[in-house]
Ligand binder design. Structure first.
Ligand code: ATP
Ligand code: MG
Length: 380
């Protein structure tokens, strides 16, 4: 999302303000707007209650675990509206993690900046007011600090840095789901290597216990190319490979979704096969187009030679079929022709036929395939 969402938030602020409520865009969206960076999500803080918000807008969703927040869908985009909880915007801003995130903007474009966030943005400094208190009340912020270094290239202010060195072990108690989100963003940032160096120097990496990072892992991560893709599959495939995970099972320990774990496992499997051979029809058919493209992206990250997209696409176009369901025969056809009872042999026979078709040795026609399979059985 570019800065469009930020402009589209304005009518929401106006509407709330016309009804007599205070409303501000806050946090990361203001920071990224000022920096001219793409905006991930727009958070709004308002004096309106969740009930007021639900009444005022037609498309609203309630988050089950966050009672003060309502998601509002407005012209196809999602906005998070959080009620002030009686503390007022200035108190709210002071409670945030870093000065650069403690900014708000109202419907007239006026910026509220109580603790010098704009100066720090301009000077590229990551700072917290009272860092010991800020970091200990939610230790995840220590990893977020490195995530912002990675994304923005900022310099960590000395007092904050000292807290990171002294207190990073508190990260051991943070839910793995939260760690994983920030770590993935850290890996994808433009200044990743700078952030990884701090991870190493502060020894914070030892406190991300479920990742089981070693100094060697961190050096390996540093020497890969930069990940421009937004794809979590690609990011975690790259991480898994650098961490020496042979398959994707450690991803389960990190509470990543089954789908993501499955997709990463596929990438790693074909990435390894691809170390010893070029793409051919059968390999591409088994991998599928998306996996093949990701495998090539991984090769680029690891400074290996890459097959061109055109070449892979051409090979894909030439495949006589794209999936098992396109095969002209089914298990049922085989059972009735060969008059055998079902068993593991069935799967083998079908796969053999599938491969013959893919490799162009047999047409994908029912009679031809059945004939060929019958002959094969006679020879066995
Ligand atoms: P992104 O660009 O990835 O969305 P962000 O800074 O917007 O980064 P979010 O996780 O979306 O980060 O949080 C939105 C805002 O909420 C932050 O800018 C910050 O002000 C505040 N915030 C989020 N997490 C914390 C936290 N753990 N402690 C304090 N403030 C936080
Ligand atoms: Mg955000």
């Amino acid at each position: 999302m570019r800065q469009k969402a930020f402009k589209q938030a304005n009518p929401i602020l106006k509407l709330l303000s016309e009804r007599g409520f205070r409303a501000y865009v806050v946090g990361g969206a203001v920071r990224d707007y000022i920096l001219g960076r793409p905006i991930a999500d727009v958070d709004i803080v308002t004096s309106a209650s969740p009930e007021d918000v639900t009444e005022l807008f037609t498309q609203t969703y309630r988050l089950s675990n966050q009672h003060q927040t309502i998601i509002v869908k407005w012209k196809g985009l999602l906005f998070e509206l959080t009620s002030e909880r009686g503390i007022g915007i200035e108190e709210d801003l002071k409670k945030r993690d870093f000065t650069i995130n403690s900014l708000a903007i109202n419907e007239t474009g006026q910026i509220i900046d109580k603790i010098g966030g704009q100066v720090d943005l301009k000077e590229g400094i990551l700072r917290s007011v009272d860092p010991l208190e800020r970091m200990t009340e939610d230790p995840l912020r220590m990893l977020r600090a490195l995530r912002f270094v990675s994304e923005l290239g900022f310099h960590i202010e000395e007092n904050l840095m000292n807290v990171l060195i002294m207190k990073h072990s508190l990260l051991e108690g943070v839910a793995v789901e939260r760690i994983v989100k920030e770590f993935e963003k850290l890996i994808a940032g433009h200044y990743r290597n700078k952030a990884l160096q701090i991870l190493l120097n502060t020894e914070m990496y030892r406190s991300l216990i479920k990742l089981e990072l070693t100094t060697q892992n961190i050096h390996d991560l540093q020497s890969t190319g930069s990940v421009n893709s937004k794809s979590s599959v690609l990011r975690w495939s790259m991480i898994s490979y650098c961490l020496g995970w042979m398959d994707a099972s450690p991803l389960k320990r990190l509470s990543l979704s089954n789908q993501l774990t499955h997709d990463v496992r596929e990438r790693l499997r074909f990435f390894r096969i691809r170390q010893t051979k070029d793409w051919n029809s059968w390999l591409l058919y088994q991998a599928g187009l998306e996996t093949a493209f990701d495998v090539e992206s991984l090769r680029v990250l690891f400074h290996q030679s890459e097959e061109s997209i055109e070449k892979i696409l051409q090979l894909w176009e030439e495949l006589p079929m794209k999936s098992k369901s396109d095969l002209a025969i089914t298990g049922r056809d085989l059972l009735s022709t060969l008059k055998k009872s079902p068993g593991p042999w069935l799967k083998d026979e079908l796969e053999w036929a599938e491969r013959k078709v893919i490799e162009g040795e047999c047409l994908n026609e029912k009679a031809t395939l059945l004939d060929m399979l019958a002959k094969r059985r006679e020879m066995l």
